[in-house]
Design a binder for this molecule. Sequence first.
Ligand code: IMP
Ligand code: MG
Length: 174
Amino acid sequence: MSILTELITREQIAERIRALGERIRNDYKDEPLVTVCVLKGAVIFFADLLRAIGRSTTIDFMRIASYGCNVTRESNVRLLLDLETDIAGKHVLIVEDIIDTGHSMRCVLDLLGTRNPASLAVCALLDKRERREVPVDVAYAGFVVEQGFVVGYGLDFAEGYRHLEAIHILDPGA
Ligand code: IMP
Ligand code: MG
């Protein structure tokens, strides 16, 4: 039996997103901005963050996946869905659910960086900073997570638990 332990409440999430949205709104002022949702895990965060930013942005989506499920997995990241938007000369904010080893985001940053955006920044709801294997600059981080595997608010384990309103630590149990 899996055990869920609430780690971050829906109220804490809402309050943090309100603050992130305000910072992003102030930082980009009236500059055109492309916000990129990294599917699938960031989708719920993205929807709330857009409303907290409180101004028009061009929204777009991309999807990446790591090969297989090996623990080391290195930098084996595959692009499954690419942007529709031409980001050359534009400010781009990548919105992700969680940065763990950093390999996925490093891959996204390297790829989008080749397309000559005016700027490229990362907003991640959760940051497992201590597990980083490659450097990633997270300009806007929601919460630092110290340990454990987390689910809920878009984050899944084997496609489960995305619907939960709070973020929980998943203990797969015995
Ligand atoms: P990274 O490439 O190791 O940084 O992995 C990032 C991706 O792994 C995230 O976008 C998630 O899809 C997934 N991931 C890493 N840690 C967790 C977790 O605790 N819960 C759910 N998904 C996670
Ligand atoms: Mg993800």
